[in-house]
Design a protein around this ligand. Structure first.
Ligand SMILES: Cc1cc2nc3c(=O)[nH]c(=O)nc-3n(C[C@H](O)[C@H](O)[C@H](O)COP(=O)(O)O)c2cc1C
Ligand code: SF4
Length: 432
C-alpha cells in the first residue's frame, strides 16, 4: 500500500458533518467498540494492548500495555489521567482530535479506563484549547445521559466518571508528575521517581497517565486486533500516527499515516512542499525537544527507532510534530528562541537545568545582540553534555529536552551561527 492510499483510522470522522453529536457518531458505529470491550475481561484488553506493541504517543514512546501492568494487583482505587496538555512546540494533533471527533476520544478513554479498572478519569487540557474543552464537555454530557458514563455503563456493572480539568498553562504541566501536582491544585513541580504514578499517583493512588492519541489507538486495537495494529508501521514502532507538519510549508496540518512514513513524504506530499519552492535549511522531526536535522538528514522513516544520538543527534521521534525551516531562516534567531523557551520553562528545582538553561539563554542573547564569540558555541555544546538527564540530579526529562535542540544547533549549524554573529558584530549592535 502506498502512503497516499492509506485510509485514516484515528481521523476517520474528520470533516463528517455534526459528528460531534452523539447520534451522528453512533450512526457511524460509535460506541460499538465499547460494547465489545465491556464483554471482555479488563486483563484481556491489557494483554491485547501489550501484544499490539503500542508505544505512547505523548513523546517518550513508552510501551502502553507494559505501563498498565505496573498497577498493583490488589488495588482498591485507580485513576486514569488523560494528558491533553499538548505544550510541545509544533504539536497540535490532540487539538484536532478533540475538536473534530470528541466522542471518539471519549470512547477510547472509557475503554482504557475499563481496562485499567479506573472509576475516575481526568482529562487534563491546556487552557488555550477552549473550543476543544467545550467539545469534550458536551460529549461527556451526552454520554452521561445515554448511560455511556456513570453507574452500570451499558448494563455491564462498570462505573466511570470523566472530568475535564483546564490547566493554567506551562510546558512543565505536561510532564506526567507535574500534571498530577497541578491536578491536586499545587505548583506543577515534577515529582522524584520512583515511585512511578502507576504505584503512587493522583492523591497517592495508583494512576495511569496517557496521551489522548494513545488512548484513541487503544479503541482501534480493541476493534481490529493487535495483529492489525502490528500490520501498520515498523516492527519496533507499530500502528498509525498523527503527524503535525508546520513551519515553512505550503499546507500545514495534521496528517495520519502509519509510523515509518518517510519524513520527506510528510513534507513534500502531505504538506505540499516548502513555501515558494525554496530549499530546506533545517527540520525539527518531533517537537522542539527532539533536536534539529539538516536538509541532508530528512530522508528518514518517522519511527521511534530512527532518531537517536548516534544516528542523527536527536532525542527520539517525540510527538511527531515536524517543523520545517527554509533557507531564509536565521539560525541564530532559532538558537535564541530555543534557549529562551527552555530557560523560561525550566521549573527550577534542579540546579543543572535551572542554571544551565539560564546560562545558555544569556549567551544566546549576547550573540543576538552582536557580542557573541566563537567559543560561546563550544561552551553551549559542553554545557548540553552536562545538563541532560543525570541520575540523581534531574527530576524530569525537560533538561534532556533542552540539551538536544541546542546541541544539534551548535554542532550542525556552526558555520552559519559564526557568520550571523560576525554580521551582527559588523553592524555594531549593542552588547546585551
Ligand atoms: C517537559 C515535558 C513536557 C511534556 N508534555 C507532554 C504533553 O504536553 N503531552 C503529553 O502527552 N506528554 C507530555 N510529556 C510526556 C509525559 O510526561 C508522559 O510521558 C506522557 O503523558 C505519557 O503518555 P503516553 O505514554 O501515552 O505517551 C511531557 C514530558 C516532559 C518531560
Ligand atoms: S529537570 Fe528542569 S524542569 Fe525538570 S524538574 Fe528539574 S528543574 Fe524542573
Amino acid at each position: 500500500m502506498s502512503d497516499s492510499q492509506y485510509k485514516p483510522v484515528l481521523l476517520r470522522n474528520r470533516g463528517v458533518a455534526e459528528v460531534r453529536k452523539l447520534a451522528v457518531y453512533r450512526e457511524r458505529g460509535g460506541y460499538k467498540v465499547l460494547e465489545k470491550a465491556l464483554k471482555s475481561e479488563p486483563a484481556a484488553i491489557v494483554d491485547q494492548v501489550r501484544q499490539s506493541g503500542l508505544l505512547g504517543r505523548g513523546g517518550a514512546g513508552f510501551p502502553t500495555g507494559l505501563k498498565w501492568t505496573f498497577l498493583p494487583q490488589g488495588r482498591t482505587k485507580t485513576y486514569l489521567c488523560v494528558n491533553a496538555d499538548e505544550a510541545e512546540p509544533g504539536t497540535f494533533c490532540n487539538r484536532v482530535q478533540m475538536e473534530s471527533d470528541p466522542h471518539q476520544v471519549l470512547e477510547g478513554i472509557i475503554i482504557s479506563a475499563y481496562a485499567v479498572r479506573a472509576q475516575r478519569a481526568y482529562v487534563y487540557i491546556r487552557y488555550e484549547y477552549p473550543q476543544q474543552a467545550a467539545a469534550l464537555e458536551s460529549a461527556i454530557g451526552e454520554a452521561r445521559e445515554a448511560g455511556l458514563l456513570g453507574r452500570n455503563i451499558l448494563g455491564s456493572g462498570f462505573e466511570l466518571e470523566v472530568h475535564l480539568f483546564r490547566n493554567a498553562g506551562a510546558y512543565i504541566c505536561g510532564e506526567e508528575t507535574g500534571l498530577l501536582e497541578s491536578l491536586e491544585g499545587k505548583r506543577p513541580w515534577p515529582r522524584i521517581k520512583p515511585p512511578y504514578p502507576a504505584i503512587r499517583g493522583l492523591a497517592g493512588e495508583p494512576t495511569i497517565i496517557n496521551n489522548v492519541e494513545t488512548l484513541t489507538c487503544v479503541l482501534h486495537i480493541v476493534d481490529r486486533g493487535a495483529d492489525w495494529f502490528r500490520s501498520l508501521g515498523t516492527e519496533r514502532s507499530p500502528g498509525p500516527k498523527l503527524f503535525c507538519v508546520s513551519g515553512h510549508v505550503k499546507s500545514p496540518g495534521v496528517f495520519e499515516r502509519p509510523l515509518g512514513v518517510n519524513l520527506k513524504t510528510l513534507i513534500y506530499e502531505c504538506a505540499g512542499g516548502v513555501r515558494e519552492d525554496r530549499s530546506i535549511k533545517a527540520v525539527i522531526p518531533g517537537g522542539i525537544s527532539t533536536g534539529f536535522l539538516t536538509a541532508d538528514e530528512i530522508d528518514v522513516p518517522m519511527a521511534f527507532e530512527s532518531f537517536t544520538r548516534e544516528k542523527n543527534g536527536c532525542l527520539g521521534m517525540g510527538t511527531g510534530a515536524v517543523v520545517v525551516l527554509d533557507e531564509t531562516t536565521d539560525m541564530l534567531k532559532v538558537l535564541h528562541n530555543t534557549a529562551r523557551f527552555f530557560s523560561s520553562e525550566s521549573c527550577g528545582q534542579c540546579t543543572q537545568c535551572r542554571e544551565g538553561t539560564g546560562w545558555m539563554y544569556k549567551m544566546a542573547r549576547r550573540m543576538l545582540a552582536g557580542g557573541g564569540r566563537s567559543e560561546d558555541l563550544d561552551i553551549i555544546a559542553e554545557q548540553t553534555e552536562r545538563m541532560g538527564m543525570m541520575t540523581g540530579q534531574s527530576i524530569c526529562g525537560l533538561s534532556d529536552g533542552a540539551s538536544y535542540p541546542l546541541r544539534t544547533l551548535v554542532t550542525k549549524f556552526r558555520a552559519e551561527l559564526e557568520e550571523r554573529m560576525e554580521e551582527r558584530k559588523a553592524k555594531g549592535l549593542a552588547v546585551a
